[in-house]
Design a protein around this ligand. Structure first.
Ligand code: UDX
Length: 480
């Protein structure tokens, strides 16, 4: 199949490269000519596992790059729109890039083609897309519109694409159903998994990727509902963690108990400093606007967002509890990205926490395996933030260590070395990467989320008492 993918960001580039990997001829389009030139040279503009080698494998062959929407569309049977849908001032998704692309696509349609929205868009965008294509001269008989939401996590985007939990195609007519089935056939029949050079993955034994066929509106709704549900799971466990911490329970034990209920499952139950990134914060807000426009009171989403932003504030309170005043204190920070395995700092809770600490006069020594270049673009460029060469370099002579991103390498630090390098033996872990006993055995005072602060035996006299429960809860009056 000949495919054009318009927009070469995280989703677009990953999709283009993976479509080529499963056997299609792909043109990846972006209006940023410098980006196109870099991609043609084989340079991936962000940190994503497997993407560099797949780009090298297919560029110049099944994968071409272009800055021209018209050229790409005129040569393709399917066009995926993967341009950004940023948050507008009102919280809703700004679809002006999608509309602009639709206008360009409309004027380039010469033969039968399917236009597929893959960017995260509110329900009913397919309708607007169809209308825009018609208004801009596309012939009704020549095109179909479909929805194919992506579920690509940064850091595992390639394997998420090639080994999906499910592929969702939202189709309202025969042409788009046929084309979409054809595009994903190497995954749904499993022929890709039998290829020797297939990207390795533990699910490689997967015989066939499941495909869910819905109408376009349902597919659009699936995407928003899915992200909202995942964000809700994180906020839920963070709220439970706060209770757990207050009463001296252990959130890790609580999660093990909750997550082993097969109706709930163990994933996305990691308590910490809250979710960030380019998707959840924006998508939950946009979904709230969708609910409002549909006259549905979905107050739960507002609560999910409130708990999330509160989580970073709670972390700051913990830092103050541990260190008393912050002015002039040197704090080692491990992690700048919004999560591990990515260099993305967009809406990173780590960045928000650092900014708040700087306001209180703290000095930061930060390390992240991938995100330092991008963090430099958002954090102040002065001596208040210094970037370290590795985790141990970051902690040297610091008053405390703060762990803010769940990179795997931060979970296996030499704790005795950390203890010897720190000025004061204090670790405040926003990602619960350690068992409390390991920290205290290494002589470190350990603050984490959803567990009481723990102290090495020789410091037990300064251990905090379990915080007293606040005043009795007064049940609000319920009325209609
Ligand atoms: C998300 C969705 O998972 C993906 O399906 C969608 O298409 C794009 O948005 P991504 O933004 O890459 O992917 O990150 P994800 O792995 O979902 O994590 C989001 C945030 O939640 C991160 O900040 C992460 O640290 C946080 N998180 C995740 C938790 O705090 N606890 C958890 O248990 C899981």
């Amino acid at each position: 199949m000949r495919i054009a993918v318009i927009g070469s960001g995280y989703v677009g580039l990953t999709s283009a490269v993976c479509f080529a990997e499963i056997g299609h001829n792909v043109i990846s389009v972006d209006n940023d000519k410098l980006k196109i030139a870099a991609l043609e040279r084989g340079t991936v503009p962000f940190h994503e596992r497997f993407l560099p080698e797949l780009l090298m494998r297919h560029r110049g062959g099944r994968l071409q790059f272009s800055a021209s929407v018209a050229d790409a569309v005129s040569e393709s049977e399917a066009v995926f729109i993967t341009v950004g849908t940023p948050q507008s001032e009102t919280g809703e998704a700004d679809l002006s890039f999608v509309e602009a692309v639709a206008r360009e696509v409309a004027s380039a349609i010469r033969s039968s083609i399917v236009i597929i929205e893959k960017s995260t868009v509110p329900v009913r965008t397919c309708e607007s897309l169809r209308k825009t294509l018609l208004l801009n001269g596309a012939q009704q008989t020549l095109f179909s519109v479909a929805s194919n939401p992506e579920f690509l996590r940064e850091g595992t985007a390639v394997t998420d694409f090639l080994y999906p939990d499910r592929i969702v195609i939202g189709v309202d007519d025969h042409l788009s159903a046929t084309v979409m089935h054809e595009i994903y056939r190497p995954l749904t029949t499993g022929s890709y998994y039998r290829r020797e050079e297939a990207i390795p993955f533990e699910k490689r034994a997967t015989q066939q990727a499941p495909i869910i066929v819905t109408n376009a509106k349902s597919a659009e709704l699936i995407k928003h509902a899915c992200n909202a549900f995942l964000a809700m799971k994180i906020s839920f466990i963070n709220a439970v963690a706060n209770i757990s911490e207050s009463v001296g329970a252990d959130i890790e034990q609580v999660c093990a108990g909750i997550g082993s209920d097969s109706r709930i499952g163990p994933k996305f139950l990691n308590a910490g400093i809250g979710y960030g990134g380019s998707c959840f914060p924006k998508d939950i807000q946009a979904f709230q606007v969708v609910a409002h426009q549909c006259n549905c009171d979905f107050g739960l989403l507002a609560e999910v967002m409130r708990i999330n932003s509160d989580q970073a504030r709670r972390f700051l309170t913990k830092v103050r509890d541990a260190l008393w005043t912050l002015r002039g204190k040197r704090l080692a920070v491990l992690g700048l990205a919004f999560k591990g395995d990515t260099d993305d700092v967009r809406e990173s809770p780590a960045i928000a926490i650092i900014e708040a600490l700087l306001k209180e006069g703290a000095l930061i020594r930060a390390y992240d395996p991938a995100a330092i270049p991008k963090a430099k673009g958002v954090l102040p460029d002065n001596n208040s933030v210094v970037y370290a060469a590795d985790a141990y370099d970051a902690v040297a002579e610091c008053d405390a260590l703060l762990i803010l991103t769940e990179w795997k390498e931060f979970a296996s630090l030499d704790l005795h070395k950390i203890r010897s390098l720190l000025k004061h033996p204090i670790v405040i872990d926003g990602r619960n990467l350690y068992e409390t006993a390991r920290m205290t055995n290494a002589g470190l005072i350990y603050y984490s989320t959803g567990r009481s602060a723990s102290f090495p035996a020789h410091m037990s006299s300064i251990a905090h008492q379990t915080a007293p429960l606040p005043a009795p809860f007064v049940r609000p009056a319920v009325g209609l």
